[in-house]
Design a protein around this ligand. Structure first.
Ligand SMILES: *Cc1c(COP(=O)(O)O)cnc(C)c1O
Length: 473
């Protein structure tokens, strides 16, 4: 499989280079496959639910086959995914795809674990260790730290804004041991990112150490997220007639979005042949993409804080990948978009709980709210000629080709639940009156000692710390 770049289509490179370098340093572009491969018909036509790991292996093979032998890839997949992605029916036309069963209880485990193992695999013959620097505002850092924990030949330094993330998130980041360390920066997320970027351009530092990044622009985080779309769509296709008495339903994936990596992975899965009819891109008030779909103007902006904080992105970097795959007019054919505010998010948690008994987290709730409103009138209103103004929370004014299937009750939705509700216990309690139960793997962390080191928002101090601490390896 060859890879190219969003900014220069003549670029050709292999998976190893794309994974180890993250982005193309020559153009600043993001790597994408030259051509999206198609899944085997035997997999697509299986009419029993295949297992998640089978799907992951069959899908990964299409991207890795010339660089990783099957037996190695099988081992990598087994090591990545000792957990599943359950598809839970909650009402006759809604499934929740639970993506929080990994070690850090958010969907980023799917991408981070695969990326960590591919990096280790491609790095295995190197003598010098690889040092990963990552700035995080929450879930990314813990998923990356956990994914690389104990991985030989690779060390990770996580920078996070001290006191600016939730208690549980800070606990997750500050309790790593061994090859993963964290720095609590006296500043905000942008300051952390700036320190990391400065380190990457510091030639003296780069001469001494092999540095790499692990943020969400890495193709090795995007590809594995397509595994669970393929898995969920095939599962729902197989069981829908039985569950819902709907023959050949439109299958709509509802994706709570921030940086739009998750949605991009869905678009890739669909191109590979997964039976996904359409998408709903659901955001909080950081609605750069819904506004772009509505108006045609792409206007990145400062992010605003919300209850679904992992989606607080005003300048989503994967927009560049999406537009390398589709024009806006093409997207409008099959992608609906929806945004809501904190009030709508709380309402989503409460309504999901009241109507189905399911406790959803504030990120998934943005998706639930979108799907619920679409089927309870928003799509009908739009089709009857009364579009919602993009100033107000609600459905963006474009009618996807599958809209009629909603009115005809021939559509089923898969709402992606991106985090465990216990990570956002206070918000869930505000909406439902009940604190969600904390899973063991989160509870354990609460009793571990904090090990993060505080530093000032100052590059000289950061580089001194790196010089002193990275040499130990
Ligand atoms: C990162 C994250 C998102 C947003 O995903 P993108 O790929 O950035 O769109 C949504 N929910 C949770 C819980 C996250 O951690």
């Amino acid at each position: 499989m060859e890879y190219t770049d969003t900014r220069d289509g003549s670029v050709r490179t292999d998976l190893k280079t794309a994974v180890l370098s993250g982005m193309n340093p020559a153009t600043g572009g993001l790597y994408i496959p030259v051509r999206i491969p198609r899944l085997d018909d035997a997999l697509l036509n299986k009419c029993y639910g295949p297992s998640f790991r089978d799907v992951a292996f069959e899908t990964a093979k299409l991207y890795c086959a010339d660089e990783i032998p099957d037996s190695d890839l099988q081992e990598i997949i087994a090591d990545c995914y000792p957990f599943n992605a359950p598809v839970v029916p909650v009402d006759p036309v809604t499934y929740i795809l639970e993506l929080f069963h990994g070690p850090t209880c958010a969907f980023k485990d799917f991408g981070a674990r695969f990326m960590a193992r591919l990096m280790a695999y491609f790095n295995r013959e190197e003598k010098k260790p690889l040092h990963i620097l990552v700035a995080t505002s929450g879930d990314t850092g813990s998923a990356v730290g956990s994914a690389f924990s104990g991985v030989e030949g690779i060390n990770v330094t996580i920078l996070y804004p001290k006191g600016k993330i939730s208690y549980l998130q800070e606990k997750q980041l500050s309790t790593f041991t061994g090859n993963v360390r964290s720095l609590a920066v006296e500043g905000n997320f942008d300051d952390c990112q700036r320190l990391v970027k400065t380190a990457f351009t510091d030639t003296a530092l780069r001469k001494k150490f092999r540095l790499s990044s692990a943020n969400s622009i890495n193709i090795a985080r995007l590809l594995p997220q397509s595994f669970y779309y393929v898995y969920a769509a095939l599962s729902v296709k197989c069981r829908s007639l039985h569950d819902n008495k709907i023959e050949n339903p439109s299958i709509i994936a509802i994706v709570p979005s921030g940086n739009f990596g998750n949605l991009t992975s869905g678009l890739i899965a669909q191109k590979m042949g997964a039976p996904i009819t359409g998408f709903v891109a659901a955001t909080n008030v950081n609605k750069t993409v819904p506004d772009w779909l509505a108006s045609g103007r792409y206007e990145p902006r400062e992010s605003k804080s919300t209850l679904s904080n992992a989606m607080d992105v005003g300048a989503p970097s994967n927009h560049e990948r999406i537009t390398a795959m589709y024009t806006r007019d093409e997207l409008k054919q099959f992608v609906a978009s929806y945004w809501t505010d904190d009030e709508g998010t709380l309402e989503g948690i409460a309504s999901c709980h009241e109507r189905t008994g399911y406790i959803i987290d504030p990120h998934g709730a943005v998706g639930w709210q979108a799907w619920y409103n679409i089927r309870k009138g928003a799509m009908l209103k739009l089709m009857s000629g009364f579009p919602n103004s993009s100033e107000n929370p609600g459905l963006t004014a474009n009618i996807p080709f599958w809209a009629q299937s909603i009115l005809d009750n021939k559509a089923v939705g898969i709402v992606l639940e991106t985090a465990h509700p216990a990570k956002f216990g206070e918000t869930v309690k505000r909406a439902t009156g009940r604190e969600p139960a904390i899973p063991d793997r989160l509870e354990k962390i609460l009793n571990l000692p904090d090990r993060s080191v505080s530093i000032k928002n100052d590059y000289a101090e950061f580089s001194k710390w790196l010089q002193k601490n990275l040499s130990g390896y």
